[in-house]
Design a protein around this ligand. Sequence first.
Ligand code: ZN
Length: 375
Amino acid sequence: MVMSLVNRERLVNEFLELVKIDSLSRKEREMANALKAKLEDMGFAAEEDGAGSKIGGNAGNIICKVPGNIDVPAVLLMAHMDTVEPGIGKSPVVEGDIIKTDGKTVLGGDDAAGIECILEAVRILKENSLQHGDIYIVFSVAEECGLLGAKNLELKDIKARYAFVMDNGGEIGEVAVRAPSQNHIDVKIWGKASHAGLEPEKGISAIQIASEAIANMKLGRIDEETTANIGIIKGGQATNIVCESVDIKAEVRSRNEEKLKAQTEHMKNCFEKAALKFGGEVVFNSELLYPAFNVSEDDEIITILKKASAKTGIPLKLVPTGGGSDTNIINSKGIKAVDVSVGMDKVHSQKEQISIKDMIKSVEFLVAIISSVEK
Ligand SMILES: [Zn+2]
């Protein structure tokens, strides 16, 4: 491979600068300001949308257009600005090739690594006058608390055909092309309270209803693309009271929307049948957190990735993922999107870390991706 165009020192220093900024979900103000300033320093106008006020946050999505110098389809590059907790006062430690946390917080490489990868890639294109089409950059807010920034992002001014979301772990070259949809389920079961010793026959036990329902329910791995889980169950006050109500939280995931619906219906039916049997009531609420996506291997976006892999020698590995990301939302809004690894490791933990070599490689891969878009 030709000598890397990546400026290692600039990359590392800016990454450290970014992760030191507190940027919890809905509190991305300082990060948004820093990124806006950086994009403007690079000579590009950066705008902020109104997502912040819609979701009760203090910053909106940052949107920037980098004008192209050739006539090929535009791409969208995306990374999220927020981090999970504990994320206040992050103090990264550099140990040789590894950047890690001091053990007290997450590193925030999820997703500062994605942000840094995009910034460095665009600088390289500019410095070396490389050919590329229009590039839209979106730094989203509130990804970690339900993809709220992406959900509120208006795509009408973003004329991209392909989107590369830089927000995944794994080896560089790993790209998530399939992800499930998820239903979040809230159930409230109502029975009737009564003294458990004096007149139990006047009570209806919400716990018994829940037990009966769950005992009859298919849970766990339903099939190769569907899972279901009861995660939380709460209820009851004392042993001498027939339990009046139980709250249950559950989820269903599937890469197939029909199966998602069917499993959710099945769970609802189990609760309703059990309530009917005991004479109680059920309030069942299901909310689609995000839709599934499934990019086929013969899609044009995969051709672009294959070319980038051939150019860089970085092996391409198309993988499914079990989680949701901005990629789910962007796909559902009509731009073909995949989730590209930037090498983040042990995310959402105080052991989060990242390799500098991987970060450099991820920039090289992204530059090659952008350069591989053809008419
Ligand atoms: Zn992330």
